[in-house]
Design a protein around this ligand. Structure first.
Ligand SMILES: Cc1cc2nc3c(=O)[nH]c(=O)nc-3n(C[C@H](O)[C@H](O)[C@H](O)COP(=O)(O)OP(=O)(O)OC[C@H]3O[C@@H](n4cnc5c(N)ncnc54)[C@H](O)[C@@H]3O)c2cc1C
Length: 306
């Protein structure tokens, strides 16, 4: 990406060529990202999108990299992470957050003002953009519950607003946001009893630490919750709890997580994903749907028979 490199250099936008994904993903896994850019505002974001289009290179929009598994072979193209666009403002019960703000930081600020409605999502480590795209949630609360509107930009740099009703959403899924960059969002929360909301947040954070393998790198739950059950229970019932492939392991603490216990590679994780899907399907007929997003090429192990 040499000629593109020098062209980007002139813009002053913060970017890296050949950035090791394992240094930025929550899994601490992944090969080199051809180009990784961190725009600080809308102007720089537009510039990057137009640059990608002009050079015909694939552009991936990411936030905090906490729900992705990037291939060991790396990722060709340009990854644009909005994490530097992270302002948060609270006015009464209205919370405005830029897409790169960490969801947990937004929740912390809202809770400190005695605002309720998002506190059960405390501890989700992603950005607001990622939380909206995934409709992230926990303990009965989802990002879309309190969402009012989203400010987005298309890949040509045209900016517009979408009200919640304009977006199709369901459990850990949204439709129609794939070709858009989420720039910011507004949430309408409820005034509540500050002490109670604070206690609820603290309890949730404690519960997460008790039940989730937060001591190891991961990307949270690997699979979506299937109808009428829990992925972790199905995986455990297949005898896969604690099973390892290289340094990747189906967590002995929570079978819904795959953790990186050392130097796991993406293929190790991918192998365990397939193993769990295969065994659960054979034993119960249930197809475990991935919640995590795979970026790049996978399946080398199968091709090479290793
Ligand atoms: C320890 C741990 C616990 C977790 N617990 C939970 C949990 O309880 N509940 C839950 O739902 N998730 C959980 N997760 C998963 C993850 O944190 C969420 O899915 C989070 O919302 C992802 O946000 P992100 O910014 O990291 O997104 P990324 O991983 O960077 O991206 C995820 C997807 O969102 C899209 N995206 C990101 N930002 C934008 C944007 N600005 N515009 C357009 N698209 C965008 C990307 O294209 C990608 O498809 C957990 C992860 C970890 C590591």
């Amino acid at each position: 990406m040499d000629d593109r490199d020098s062209e980007l250099k002139k813009t002053g936008i913060k970017y890296f060529c050949g950035f090791p994904a394992k240094e930025i993903t929550s899994y601490k896994i992944g090969g080199c990202i051809e180009c990784l850019a961190f725009p600080k505002n809308k102007r720089e974001t537009t510039h990057l999108l137009k640059f990608g289009e002009k050079k015909k290179i694939p552009v991936f929009i990411l936030g905090a990299f906490t729900n992705v598994l990037i291939s060991d072979l790396g990722l060709r193209g340009m990854v644009v992470s909005l994490r530097r666009m992270n302002k948060v403002r609270i006015n009464g019960t209205i919370v405005f957050a830029q897409a790169g703000a960490l969801l947990d930081n937004v929740i912390k600020k809202a809770v400190a003002k005695g605002l309720a409605g998002m506190e059960k999502m405390s501890g989700i480590p992603g950005s607001v953009g990622g939380a909206i795209f995934m409709n992230a949630g926990a303990f009965g609360q989802e990002t879309f519950d309190m969402l009012d509107k989203v400010n987005v930009m298309d890949f040509k740099g045209v900016e517009f607003s979408l009200a919640k009703r304009d977006i199709e959403y369901s459990y850990r899924k949204t439709k129609g946001l794939e070709k858009l960059v989420i720039l910011s969002a507004t949430f309408k929360l409820k005034k509540g009893a500050k002490k109670e909301i604070l206690t609820a947040r603290k309890e949730i954070l404690k519960k997460r630490a008790r039940t989730q393998p937060l001591e190891y790198p991961s990307a949270g739950s690997v699979f979506k919750r299937p109808k009428g059950g829990y992925a972790s229970k199905l995986i455990e019932d297949c005898g896969l709890k604690g099973v390892k492939c290289g340094d990747a392991q189906i967590s002995p603490k929570h079978s819904g997580f795959i953790v990186n216990t050392g130097k796991a590679c993406a293929e190790d994780v991918y192998y365990l994903i397939q193993k769990a899907q295969d065994l659960v399907k054979r034993k119960t007929g249930i197809c475990l749907e991935l919640e995590q997003i795979l970026l790049g090429n996978f399946g080398r192990r199968n091709e090479r028979g290793i």
